[in-house]
Design a protein. Structure first.
Length: 351
């Protein structure tokens, strides 16, 4: 069950590329959102021969226009009036979009690792950071931080040194053992998407994430494929991706649960559905050095995460509520009330 097949450059990838093309031809009558996904798959197929550096970079770069993942996430929010009309059709549409996304993610990573050293973009993550949701949320928090509550210097240094993410990923890929891709479902307590997986279909909460629209989706793309639908994330790939997700949530004290992804959950994509004992064996197959590097990567991503930025912004909100001495104001109010005076706008007591 753990035969060597799963590193990004393995020969098994060619079969999935063929399957992706066949699936594209069978779904020509889908909605415009899915047509956009198929268009990206066509681009991958056209560049699969010998992609140059610019073509590889294009595969990871978001266009200026809204893409299908964003549109679908916004258009398929839970609605009691519409979700009950054609549940089978909706579920089928989401499943098709998910498989199309997985093939796109898989083929993109395969092309990256098949490229020569001269063709592969250098420190790709630093080039892409402006499109990451984590970076956009950091910039927002920085603008709101009028009271200096953020550790701006540390965070700015992390973003400036983001190239270390590519270095750690390369080291992990070099040391991780070959394994058959396995699938897991990840759920968090509030049903949100703290790992910022690319979203497909309806969401329990808002904020859809486009493919390659987050740092975590970029990182996990090197180890497998992933997506998020309604209230749970799906991951298919090497066990280091599973380990990364666990370390990430644990570092941020996010309650989470993991279960094996059933064989029929994602059709037309090859993966193993492993029970807990097999998951334990896969983790035991990783050496201590590899686990440490995965942990370092997870901590960096957790510190830069949207979740962490949101917590910083929440602290700013509390600071704005508590921006004066409440105890002093209560004492002054009590004095005025004892004197039978009504506090008014002419009260000169400083806040």
């Amino acid at each position: 069950m753990t035969e060597p097949t799963a590193k990004p450059s393995t020969e098994a990838n060619s079969h999935q590329g063929t399957t992706a093309t066949a699936k594209k031809e069978q779904k020509s009558d889908k909605a415009n959102a899915q047509d956009n996904v198929h268009a990206s798959k066509t681009m991958l197929a056209n560049t699969a021969e010998m992609p140059d550096k610019a073509a590889l970079l294009t595969l990871f770069t978001l266009s200026d226009t809204k893409e299908s993942i964003d549109e679908v996430g916004a258009s398929e929010q839970p609605d009691t009036d519409t979700s009950t009309i054609q549940p089978t059709a909706n579920e089928s549409n989401v499943a098709a979009q998910r498989v199309a996304l997985y093939h796109t993610q898989h083929e993109r990573t395969r092309l990256l690792y098949m490229a020569s050293a001269n063709t592969r973009p250098t420190y790709l993550v630093q080039t892409l950071k402006s499109q990451f949701a984590e970076y956009q949320q950091y910039l927002l928090a920085q603008q709101l931080d009028k009271r200096g509550l953020m550790d701006t210097e540390m965070l700015e240094r992390l973003w400036q040194q983001l190239h270390v993410v590519d270095d750690i990923i390369a080291d992990i890929v070099h040391h991780m053992p070959a394994q058959q891709p396995a699938g897991w479902q990840l759920t968090t307590q509030d049903g949100r998407n703290p790992l910022c997986f690319a979203t497909v279909g309806k969401l329990k909460h808002g904020k859809p994430i486009r493919d390659q629209g987050s740092l975590n989706s970029y990182v996990l793309g090197h180890f497998g494929v992933s997506s998020f639908t309604y209230d749970r994330g799906y991951y298919i790939g090497h066990v280091v991706g599973y380990l990364f997700s666990c370390y990430f949530c644990a570092h941020l004290s996010i309650s989470y649960g993991v279960a094996a992804l059933g064989q029929q959950v994602v059709a037309d994509y090859d993966y193993a559905s492993l029970e807990t004992p097999h998951m334990v064996r896969l983790l035991q197959g990783l050496d201590g050095y590899c686990k440490k590097r995965v942990y370092q990567l997870a901590v960096i991503c957790a510190r830069l995460s949207v979740f962490a930025s949101d917590k910083r912004i929440e602290r700013m909100l509390i600071a704005e509520v508590n921006d004066f001495d409440k105890k002093l104001q209560q004492q002054h109010l009590d004095v005025l009330l004892l004197q039978g005076l009504m506090p008014d706008s002419n009260d000169s007591t400083p806040l």
